[in-house]
Design a binder for this molecule. Sequence first.
Ligand SMILES: NC(=O)c1ccc[n+]([C@@H]2O[C@H](COP(=O)([O-])OP(=O)(O)OC[C@H]3O[C@@H](n4cnc5c(N)ncnc54)[C@H](OP(=O)(O)O)[C@@H]3O)[C@@H](O)[C@H]2O)c1
Length: 258
Amino acid sequence: MTFSDYRVAVVTGATSGVGRGAIDLFLSKGLTVHAIARDESRLAELAGKGVITHALNVRDTAALTRELAGVEADIVLNSAGVSRAGNILSSSAEDLDDLVEVNLTAVMQILRLLYPGMVERDRGHVLNISSIAGHYNFFGHTAYHATKAAVHQLSRQLRNDAMGKRVRVTELSPGRIETEIFSRNLGGTPETDAEAWATYYEGFESLTVDDVVAAIEFAVDAPSHVNIGLVELMPTFQVPGGLTFDRRDQDAALQGAK
Ligand SMILES: NC(=O)c1ccc[n+]([C@@H]2O[C@H](COP(=O)([O-])OP(=O)(O)OC[C@H]3O[C@@H](n4cnc5c(N)ncnc54)[C@H](OP(=O)(O)O)[C@@H]3O)[C@@H](O)[C@H]2O)c1
């Protein structure tokens, strides 16, 4: 199966980052694109390009159910995602709800609504954006890691649910990508954009949205008998691994260093 076999794409996280980049790809392939996000002015820009827009919070299952009724999706890209600074020690109740409901529950609700149609029509491709946080342990928000690990397992399990059908599932697991996600953690203002850029991107060769979109194109354009199940993309200079061991005797360590 290639792009020419598909007619309709549904994209979450449509107004920024990976989702926004993928919309340009899908439009260039002649697909009808449904875009889901909250920012109405950015959605209006997409509408100007012929995209069908759905302004909603993906945590609102009733709105998702209403807006996606009757949509026969061939491609579903689940890109909407949030992260948080800190970890479970500093988390608010709202942080946990947002992380779980945006990163995981919404993905499952969207699939509940659109996946049965793909299976019935014997045609479709789900692309879920997880993260290296779902595969490796490193310092970051514990709940974010947990949601992304769940997206990994969900992506695997979807393959069983469509057994015998020409429905493919690809998990894309990126390392750091240059997007707005870190600025949003800091407040999502022009000032935090600059702060996030200086902290997370300046001086690093991170992935770009185009890098991830190229992987999406590769996965969708694979022949129909090929399911590219998992694509891990990392910046060359970002490496997972390392084992942390908190030394108890700090004084002895300092003495030894003298
Ligand atoms: N950037 C990275 O370094 C990185 C690394 C690994 C994985 N990822 C994953 O990649 C995916 C895309 O992230 P990104 O970096 O492209 O992020 P981004 O630039 O911050 O974009 C996030 C998108 O999600 C939408 N969104 C967030 N909360 C929403 C909600 N409650 N309801 C509806 N839409 C919502 C936002 O739209 P509105 O604000 O308009 O609603 C926006 O379009 C995420 O799943 C993220 O976890 C990112």
